[in-house]
Design a protein around this ligand. Structure first.
Ligand code: HEC
Ligand code: HEC
Length: 163
């Protein structure tokens, strides 16, 4: 008795499968999907995001009273001298105008000792901690913040006005 474990599908079915594969994966399929956050921070931290008003200028008003404990912990972890972190954010004139450019050219710059440099703080905020929503909802995608110029291969962090 002969048992056919893997019966061959009819030729027509095989041909249709191959054709469907070609149609679903045209030559350009490796090209990147359209970027939903071309301006980085300000395209995601909006007044109408799923989580409510998450604009950084809105957060800032809250932080001027008190930085929430979880964020404060990450803030302390991202600086060389945690004793300098007092738990409140100073007022920022025109906070909504150019994010994160204005944050990074003033206080949160590379190697800053007066405030957490954004390189460490932003990675800690978005990529660490259990239940992190940037990881669960946005797959922890580096390219939501870091954009590459396909011609030169150079990376940049876009900046813009809040929406
Ligand atoms: C694609 C969406 C997205 C982009 C782009 C993005 N963020 Fe976020 N951000 C989030 C999410 C989601 C959280 C909440 C993370 C968590 O669960 O703790 C968050 C949290 C934060 C927090 C902490 C808020 C709090 O109260 O704990 C700050 C500050 C922040 N982001 C600043 C920025 C800055 C500055 C940029 C640009 C350099 C940026 N974000 C880019 C989605 C985004
Ligand atoms: C929420 C926004 C955001 C996300 C997501 C993000 N970065 Fe960054 N990254 C920044 C910012 C802001 C800086 C600081 C740029 C500056 O100071 O000029 C930075 C700096 C860097 C640097 C420069 C090195 C340094 O420490 O100064 C590297 C490398 C880097 N990121 C890699 C990554 C990689 C890899 C990922 C994904 C795993 C990632 N980043 C995800 C915002 C982000």
């Amino acid at each position: 008795m002969s048992v056919t474990l893997y019966p061959r599908p009819p030729l027509a079915v095989m041909a249709a499968t191959v054709l469907a594969g070609v149609l679903l994966h045209p030559p350009g399929a490796w090209a990147q999907a359209k970027d939903a956050f071309p301006n980085g921070c300000v395209d995601c931290h909006t007044s109408t995001s799923k989580a409510g008003d998450t604009r950084l200028s809105t957060h800032l008003k809250e932080w001027m009273n008190a930085i929430p404990p979880a964020l404060l912990e990450k803030t302390k972890a991202s600086v060389t001298d945690p004793s300098k972190i007092k738990g409140k954010h100073p007022a920022v004139p025109k906070a909504a105008a150019a994010t994160p450019q204005s944050c990074m050219t003033t206080c949160h710059r590379r190697g800053s000792t007066m405030a957490p440099p954004f390189a460490t703080l932003m990675h800690a905020v978005h990529l660490t901690g259990s239940g992190n929503q940037f990881v669960s909802q946005f797959q922890g995608q580096c390219t939501h913040c870091h954009k590459m110029d396909p011609k030169s291969g150079a990376w940049r962090i876009p900046s813009g006005a809040e929406k």
